[in-house]
Design a protein around this ligand. Structure first.
Ligand code: NAD
Ligand code: 89Y
Length: 340
């Protein structure tokens, strides 16, 4: 059966989501909603969907199976609650919520409607990152005891996403959220977290450097380090780099999408993502993961199971974001069992 969806928010990143949907069998995006007429009409015309200015009007007029919310965080709660009231499944972009209270309210609304809620937390679905996750879970280096999950770049993200320069919170809420989520996917849930932050670029409002130390329930200690103030060559945006030590060897995801596994011998794999026909470097890595997570959502709907990054799951990633800001402000180490 064909699944009918609608996009809400037709801005910078949503174009990737529309291209992603166009590549997925059995899904049709029939409507596009944005308050901005130019964005709405351009995106609707480009992808052959009906344009709407108002989400409530669209939900009333269209017979939808799901909505894909690609707006920024402030509008997520009203839009998710409205979608839940209309009885449709929901995908919502990260950061899912600005507060834990909003996150819990959105989860409860979709649960009450008996529908599925997935947060578009796509970095753990990047094919290079997924190759590392699969190798680790498959026991390639035995039991891990240490991990570094690292994202350091000097790429100008502000020209495409100007709100990143003016929001009070920057790197942890925008990008660190993904890197913390990858750490969870690799090493499991977190027992304690401590963090430091800095603002190096004085032209922005929030922090552009964050260094976080995580103690996982599994016994792994990980360092999650993020920077948008790092000028280096090669510029690795938007690669997440990994260094993992296990009792049977080491695993690295090096710059240039090189997966290196050293045990008795050494195995080196090129895990570079494909550049999909609509994608462009260097974003192709993220763009491919959009289509992969959308396919995962469709597969879960059809199988009647929860997506890996369901709303419930994402509460744990959001709690790490909140804990990181608190730890950095108070210079404390946060016990996550008391923080969710
Ligand atoms: P954007 O500002 O370019 O686009 C958002 C659009 O939503 C705007 O066109 C705005 O008019 C519209 N909008 C806002 N509220 C609305 C409402 N109530 N009804 C209808 N339209 C509404 O933002 P963006 O840069 O595309 O980012 C969107 C989200 O995607 C952000 O949360 C961002 O963090 C996220 N993002 C995710 C990734 C990823 O890899 N997962 C990458 C980039 C951005
Ligand atoms: O918004 C961010 C994201 O989710 O991935 C990269 C990004 O576009 C800029 O940090």
């Amino acid at each position: 059966m064909m699944l009918k969806g609608a996009l809400i928010g037709a801005g910078f990143f949503a174009q990737n989501q529309m291209h992603g949907w166009a590549g997925i069998e059995g899904v049709e995006i029939v409507a596009v909603c944005d308050r901005d007429p130019a964005r709405r009409d351009k995106t609707a015309a480009r992808f052959g969907a009906r344009p709407y200015a108002d989400a409530a009007e669209m939900l009333a007029a269209e017979a939808l199976d799901f909505v894909d919310i690609a707006t920024t965080v402030a509008s997520h709660r009203p839009l998710v609650e409205r979608a839940a009231a209309a009885g449709v499944h929901v995908i919502c972009q990260k950061p899912f919520a600005g507060t834990m209270t909003d996150a819990r309210a959105m989860i409860a609304a979709v649960d009450t409607a008996g529908k599925t809620l997935m947060v578009h937390e796509n970095f753990r679905w990047q094919s290079a990152v997924r190759a590392a996750i699969d190798a680790l879970r498959g026991g390639a280096i035995g039991q891990p005891f240490f991990g570094r999950v690292s994202f350091r770049s000097g790429y100008d993200v502000f020209s495409g996403q100007p709100y990143l320069a003016t929001d009070p919170r920057f790197i942890i809420q925008d990008l660190g959220i993904h890197i913390l989520d990858v750490a969870r996917a690799l090493f499991g849930d977190v027992a304690t977290l401590s963090a430091t932050t800095r603002r190096i670029n004085q032209g922005i409002r929030g922090e552009d450097v964050a260094t976080m130390l995580l103690e996982h329930e599994s016994g792994v200690t990980s360092v999650v380090d993020c920077s948008y103030a790092t000028r280096r060559q090669p510029e690795t945006f938007p690669e997440t780099l990994l260094e993992i030590d296990g009792d049977g060897g080491t695993l690295r995801l090096d710059a240039g999408y090189r997966l290196v596994i050293q045990t008795a011998g050494e195995q080196v794999r090129d895990v570079a993502p494909p550049v999909l026909p609509w994608a462009e470097q260097p974003w192709h890595n993220i763009q491919e993961s959009v289509q992969i997570i959308q396919q995962h959502f469709v597969d879960c709907l059809r199988a009647g199971v929860q997506p890996e990054t369901s709303g419930h799951d994402n509460l744990k990633t959001l709690a790490l974001v909140e804990a990181a800001y608190r730890s950095a402000a108070d210079r404390t180490r946060i016990d996550m069992r008391a923080a969710e």
